[in-house]
Design a protein around this ligand. Structure first.
Ligand code: NAD
Length: 294
């Protein structure tokens, strides 16, 4: 049995920590939200009054937080209280620069560390089928893998510090762009008198085939499990897609990479959120495009 300090028990952290408990580990959790702490306690997570208390006896620490700032502040605090050699894992989606700073803090304190963001959403977190994309030393990765395999079904070592976050934002930039592309095609098809099902039947077996079309189709009907069939309830909220697109654009700016479609996709999701749809699934952007707003 491993003792794990788990900080950030929100939509993702709650089911992820519950899966660690189910696998027989001792999980000590902390969250700023009392309601989230109480919900985690109901899933067998021992709760702590502070982040320091959550990590004091931990062999490994997992953070699942909204952004780079809280990750750096929690790691800064936790690293003063963890046992020597404890493994630090951050599974939040944050900017590559902050991820590298978090690794540097761990290195200074002599602790192995990994950035290990996930894809798969709340459904994947609950089912224990997340994909983890990891950055850090091969030794830290080898140590973390058995724990990550409890919460996910695919665990990939992408490279050194920050490589996991780089993989995550590159993947989600593809996703944001492709969802807009697929949505535009359905809007054009409607105007041309082509049925959504006909476009789906052709494009899903042609060169337009992609995940945004075949797994997450933005019109109701062709893929019954997609959020389009459920009033665009998330799923993956547009506000989170915007967050990831902004991270990709910050990274592109710093690295000097040209990503004009990524930049345009970020603008479209910015307008979608500003119009009040940030809590809708990101595939709901089709309704926005249909209305001619971009
Ligand atoms: P969430 O807002 O539901 O949970 C974040 C939790 O962190 C909250 O409970 C909040 O109270 C807590 N928190 C914030 N600052 C804290 C601090 N300083 N100390 C302790 N607790 C603190 O968010 P989520 O949906 O669980 O997402 C978490 C991370 O996972 C984000 O980085 C997000 O981008 C990423 N992610 C989310 C999804 C998804 O579908 N929800 C999918 C992949 C990745």
């Amino acid at each position: 049995m491993t003792t794990i300090g788990f900080i950030g028990l929100g939509n993702m952290g709650a089911p992820m920590s519950a899966n660690l408990v189910k696998a027989g580990h001792r999980v000590i959790g902390f969250d700023l939200s009392r309601a989230h702490l109480d919900a985690a306690a109901g899933q067998g997570v021992a709760t702590a009054a502070t982040a320091a208390d959550a990590v004091r006896e931990a062999d490994a620490v997992v953070t699942m937080l909204p952004a780079g700032k809280p990750v750096l502040s929690v790691w800064g605090d936790a690293l003063k209280h963890v046992r020597p050699g404890a493994l630090m894992i951050d599974s939040s989606t944050i900017d590559v620069e902050s991820a590298r700073q978090a690794h540097a803090l761990a290195r200074e304190a002599g602790m192995p560390s990994l950035d290990a963001p996930v894809s798969g959403g709340v459904g994947g977190a609950t089912a224990g089928t997340l994909t983890f994309m990891c950055g850090g030393s091969p030794e830290a990765f080898a140590k973390a893998k058995p724990l990550l395999e409890i919460m996910g079904k695919k665990v990939v070592h992408c490279g050194e510090a920050g490589a996991g976050q780089a993989a995550k934002i590159c993947n989600n930039m593809i996703l944001g762009i492709s969802m807009i592309g697929v949505s535009e095609a359905f809007v054009l098809a409607e105007k041309l008198g082509l049925s959504p099902q006909a476009l789906f039947d052709v494009a899903s077996t042609s060169s337009g085939q992609c995940w945004s079309l075949t797994t997450y189709c933005p019109v109701p009907g062709p893929v019954p499990t997609s959020p389009a069939n459920n009033g665009y309830a998330p799923g993956f909220a547009a506000a989170l897609m915007l967050k990831d697109l902004r991270l990709s654009q910050d990274a592109a700016g710093l690295a000097g990479a040209a990503t004009p479609l990524g930049a345009h996709a970020a603008k479209i999701y910015e307008a979608f959120e500003a119009a009040g749809f940030g809590a809708k699934d990101f595939s709901g952007v089709i309704e926005f495009l249909r209305a001619g707003l971009k």
